[in-house]
Design a protein. Sequence first.
Length: 561
Amino acid sequence: MNKNTKVLALKYRPSNFDELIGQDVVAETISNSIKADKIPNAYLFTGIRGIGKTTTARIVAKSLNCSNGIDNLCKDKQCENCTSISNSNHIDVLEMDAASKTGVDDVRDLIEFSRYGPTTAKYKIFIIDEVHMLSKQAFNALLKTLEEPPKYLKFIFATTEIKKIPITVVSRCQRFDLSRIKSQELFNFIKEIKNKEEGKASDDALKLIVKISEGSVRDALSLLDRALLTLDKDKELDLKSAQKIFGYFDKSQLIDLFLLIFEGKEKEVLNTYRKIYDQGVEPKIFINDFLELLYYFKNIESLNIDGSNFSLNDDEFKKIEEISKRINNETLILFWQFTIKTLEELDIVSNQHLSMEMFLIRLIHLKDIKKMSNINYESLYEEKKRIKEDSIEKDKEEDLFDTKSKVETAIGQIKNIAQEKDLTLKENNENKKRDNIINSFDDLLEICSLKKEVKLKYELEKNVNLVRFENQRIEISFNEDLDKEFVKNLSSKLYDWTQDRWIITLTKTKGMPSKKEKENNLKKELIKNTKESAIHKNILEIFSDAELTDVIVNEEENRND
C-alpha cells in the first residue's frame, strides 16, 4: 500500500484483490478469467462513488502486467510494474480522466498511441475514468478499436452513470456492477483502520460514520479522517461528538418528537425541533431522517436488529415498537405523503427553518394519537357514503374510496370527515341549490354577476354561442378567443353553486349569437333605422359632413310611453 500520504482514503487503498472489500464475486471472476487466459477486450466497472471502481481497474492492470504472474501476484514487496502502476506512472498503463478529455481528438490520439506495442509490460492498458463524460463522436471513434483491438491492448472503463454510455459500447465490454459495501463489513474495516492509526473512537461513533457513508469506503475513510483530526489525541470520539461534527442528531430526539406530535403538544414539539436545529442539522437532513423513522414506525413488526443495520439501536427499536402499537397505519401513510410534499416546498421557501416549524404544527393539527386510536374507519366510511348519497344524488361517478396521492386531497378528506359527521351539511347543500337555481343561459349570466365571476361572464357573453340549455346540460359552440380553461372553470363553478354535476358539450353546430353579437346587431339595426329617419336627413342638410356613429335609447322615455 501507499504509505506516503496521511489521507486515509489513499493511505489504505487496496493494492490487490485480497485487500479489496465487498467485491468478492468481481475479484474471483476477474482472477479466474486471467488464469484461464480468457481476458476480455474491455472491462466496464460501474457503481456509486467510493466503492473501488478505479482501484479495481488498477488491480486488474497489475494482475495483467505483474512480473510474477497471476498465481504469484505482488503483495508486500511489489515488482517494478506493480509499483509504477500504483504510482500512476507506468509507461504502458495510461490513465485518462474523461471528464477533462471528452473530445473526439483525445480519443483519436489514444487510438494512434495504441498502434505501438507495450514497452516493458505484457499488455498496454488504457484506464478511462468517468467514461460517460466522453462525447458521442468520441464513443463512435472508439467502437472499432474496442471491438477488435490488438492482442496486447486492453481497455478498462469506470463510471457512475452507466445509462449515459451508448449501448454499443457497453455490449463490447465485460460489465461488472460493484455493489455498496455492507454495513457490518464496512464497520469492521474502518474499526481496523482506526486501530492501526491508534485513534480513539467508540463503536457507536463508527456506526454513525458507516450510516452516513451509505456503503462508500472512500466516504467512510474521509469521515473517519476528519473525525480523528477534529478531536484531541487523548479524547475519544463518542456518538455525541460525532453527531456534532457531521451535523447529525440523536435518533431518540426524533422519536420523542414523534410522540409529542401524536400527543398534540405544540410548544414542546417546537422546543424539541429548535434544539435539533441548534445542533446544526439542515432541514433536508431532518426531513429525510423523519421519513426514515416513519418507515420504521410503519414496518417495525417486519424488521429486526441483526447487527447489519446501524440506523437504530436496541433502545430506539423497542421505543418505536411500543409507540407504533398506538398509531394507526392510515396516519403514518398520511404523514409520509405530507412530509414528501414538504420536502418539495423547501426549495421554494427562503427561510427553511420557519417552513419546518409550520410543517410540524400542521402535523399536530392533522391527527393526534388518541383520536386515531378511537376512530372506526369502516363505520366512518359507511357514514360518509350515506351522507354523500343523500346530499349529492347525481354524483354517481365519484369514487368515495379513491386514495389520492396528493397530500392536499388527503388533508381535505380529513377535514371533510368532521363536516360530514354533522348532519346539517345536507341542509346547507339544499339551501345552496335553492339559492342558486339556474334554469337558463340568462340565469347563468346573472349568477356570474352576483358571484363576481367577471372573467367567466366575459367568456360567456363574448366567446360562447349557445346551442342548447336544458336539464343541467349545456351545449355550446365557441370562437378561437375562448380561454382554454373555460370548460374546467365553468364546470367547477356550476358544481359549487348548485351542488350538481353539469355536462358541458362543445360542438361545431352554429349556435345562437352571443350576447355581445346580439348587442352589436341591435346597434347596427338602430343606426340603420335612424339613418333612414327624417331627423337624420334634416341634420345632414345643415351639417353635410356629420356622421352617425352610435344611438342611445332612452329607456326611461320608452317606459313612460
